[in-house]
Design a binder for this molecule. Sequence first.
Ligand code: MG
Length: 166
Amino acid sequence: MSNIMPQLRIGNGYDIHRLVPQRQLILGGVKLSHPDGLGLDGHSDADVLTHSVMDALLGALALGDIGKYFPPDDPKWLGADSLLLLEEVVSLVGQHGWRVLNVDTVIVAERPKLKPHIDEMRRNLSERMGVELDSVGVKATTNERLGPEGREEGISTYAVVLLGAL
Ligand code: MG
């Protein structure tokens, strides 16, 4: 029997949104421009990167997923700024007695070129989560033209977070 409290929790998140015309392309709160004018479909602002981070945070504490807290059929979240939703999730994590230690993410997208925007995404996530910039990783990869991301039918993201007890 151990009386040592667990000090760490880990969570992972995944999300994918369709690329469609007449929509904005927002990743980690950064508005991007797709060469074919495509953006991400969704009920909120469809910030697929921020969504996977939120799911990772919730998953770390087995609190469910973002659909539970921000249902896509609720008009309240229509066009919602996902960074604000992220702030709410981080606050929930705090209420449960945990803080974010670090986050790592991957964006799978053929286009546009994301490298010039990575640091701004990291800054946005770091500020909204109250985490040091050097504890927020954002990486981008193409899918070598394979699968839905490769055919530019959508953009997917993966996130892993580590939480520490407050
Ligand atoms: Mg989503």
